[in-house]
Design a protein. Sequence first.
Length: 276
Amino acid sequence: MNITAADVNKLRKQTGAGMMDCKSALVEANGDFELAVDVLRKKGQKVAAKRSDRDATEGVVLAKTSTDGKLGAIIVLNCETDFVAKNDDFTKFAQNILEIAVSHKPETIEELKSLKYNGSGLTIGEKIIEQTGVIGEKIDLSGYDTIKADTVITYIHPGNKLASVVGLNKSGDFASVGRDVAMQVAAMAPVALDKEGVSKEIIDKEIEVGKDLAIQEGKPADMAEKIAYGRLNKFFQENTLLNQAFIKDNKKTIKQYLGETESGLSVTSFLRFSLS
């Protein structure tokens, strides 16, 4: 059987597998292109099964907005080593998944994995398994979420290990201010938009920690709770986005910075994903 270089190259372009792997798959499939794709997919399933207990803690975190700027999506695609994470083909694979997410707007990560991957005939979930065989490392799409707002801005920190998405409540040219706020989210990791958004679980934990610290400092037990609530206000200031000091000008809060940009401008929601 004559397996041509053009056949091998066609399979390589579709699957991303190495030239020798593609040639071997075509030989095993007796030149049947679709069967060769299935051979590579099964190889990926075998590798994935062998590496299922491995830790995939490296990877990339990417974010992107829709063309109308009203939706932003963020994903985390994991692998095992930083070497693979920095590979251009791996990053491109993640970018392709992200573009599909922005285009189709799935609600959940499971829905995203069920979408078709760029005319390959495979779902994204199946393509991830295939690429596990190609790369030889465990690959996992572990994070996905979206924000819809009048204006959505994304920020990817250099190195692709951290990204954020911010939704603003007004339409307009807010690219600069939106990027500033998205960078604030990335740098300061707020737990909520404002104090009303902080969960009861976090509040209870902070009060308990505050009381313990007060008692350790020698304060009377009957004063410890009052001191803890005072510290809770400081926690809100430092850990809720709108109340945080602006990293570019700590004399004003994010809320003040937005209001100075345009009256009534505010953040509706935000997302922050990181590998660490």
